[in-house]
Design a protein around this ligand. Structure first.
Ligand code: NAD
Length: 336
């Protein structure tokens, strides 16, 4: 889409601080002329048949092909599956992309982080296959398939090529999980051969964590099975200043859904205290995904200005401002 084209996207405001930060993103997009029409769906209410996501909501994402999602809380107990996992599996959002890039205005121990974690999003330990074998013994199945491992490896190398990245590192524990992680690794090696211009290497997940916290600048693109990606990407979020700043995109063949990686923050819900940056940056990934680069750059530059000035910051960033004040500051700094 060009920057002027009107595009419809599905919006799931989510729970807790979700509606507040979604509202902030909608306001900023409108002020910047992003030309997005939102098809809003509130999900999480039990549907007839026991699902937590209505058919209308799923149909909306499949029709629009893009969605922005606030954090969600799955009702505990009653056997409901996590809403996030259900959404990823129902829409086959197989690739979770989480960039962690240092923001100059946010001081952390490092200023040279520029890592992208590409995580397999549909299987591994998150297959949801657990049962009690006998009392006191449970079994949880970790499923690794050649099909999904090839698909995520292809995605990672294509991502690296499209985004002018130089290196892809496969993260694994194949020394212990010889068959499952071994298969994942074999698939990465096979795909790497087709991309001679991208350097490929492998690292065991524990060593990867140690090296990331010592010298994150050594890493470029990481491709991981589901569980390691979940953990390593939170570690990377910590390196650049925390969950309030890190966006993510879930990409599939039929649709893509963009979301902040933090949760519903029940401790600050409804108080106008949340930092909308992570959801906003997820929204920028969505805008770039559909080719609206200029408007995404304009919003990003404005956020960077507000962070650099440091006068209007939410509490988690060390300031005293409300979510709405931070939102207004971003709007005032847009290039009109
Ligand atoms: P959380 O991310 O909601 O909160 C952790 C801490 O970070 C809290 O102190 C919170 O106030 C703070 N925080 C998080 N986001 C913030 C923001 N944007 N601005 C300012 N501060 C922020 O994690 P949690 O407390 O472990 O989980 C709460 C609920 O969220 C749980 O029900 C969990 O299942 C759900 N959750 C959902 C998702 C998702 O939908 N993607 C992800 C993680 C957790």
């Amino acid at each position: 889409a060009s920057d002027n084209a009107r595009v419809t996207a599905t919006l799931f405001p989510g729970h807790g601080i979700g509606p507040e930060i979604s509202d902030a993103v909608v306001k900023i997009f409108d002020a910047a002329g992003a030309n997005i029409d939102w098809d809003t769906h509130h999900i999480g209410e039990p549907q007839p048949g026991g699902d937590l996501i209505s058919k209308d909501a799923l149909q909306s994402v499949l029709k629009n092909k893009i969605g922005l999602k606030g954090p969600m809380m799955t009702p505990i107990g009653k056997g409901y599956r996590s809403l996030n996992i259900t959404l990823r599996q129902a829409l086959s959002l197989y690739s979770n992309v989480r960039p962690a890039v240092s923001i100059p205005a946010i001081k952390t121990g490092f200023d040279n982080v520029n890592v992208v974690v590409i995580r397999e999003n549909t299987e591994g330990e998150y297959s949801g296959l657990e049962h009690e074998v006998v009392p006191g013994v449970v079994e949880s199945l970790k499923i690794i398939t050649q099909k999904s491992s090839m698909r995520i490896a292809e995605y990672a190398f294509k991502y690296a090529t499209d985004n002018k990245r130089k290196r892809v590192t496969a993260v694994h524990k194949a020394n212990i999980m010889k068959m499952s992680d071994g298969l994942f690794l074999e698939c990465c090696r096979a795909v790497a051969k087709k991309y001679p211009n991208i350097k490929f290497d492998e690292i065991i997940v524990d060593a990867c964590c140690m090296k990331l916290v010592r010298n994150p600048g050594d890493f470029d693109v990481l491709v991981t099975p589901n569980l390691y990606g979940d953990i390593v990407s939170d570690l990377c979020a910590g390196l650049i200043g925390g969950l309030g700043l890190t966006p993510s995109g879930n990409y599939g063949e039929q649709a893509s859904v963009f979301e902040a990686v933090h949760g519903t923050a029940p401790d600050i819900e409804g108080q106008d205290l949340a930092n909308p940056t992570a959801l906003l940056f997820s929204g920028l990934m969505m805008l770039r995904h559909i080719g609206k680069y200029d408007v995404a750059d304009n919003i990003q530059n404005s956020v960077m200005k507000v962070l650099k000035e440091g006068k209007v910051l939410t509490k988690d960033l060390g300031g005293n401002s409300k979510c709405s004040e931070f939102t207004n500051a971003i709007i005032s700094n847009l290039n009109k």
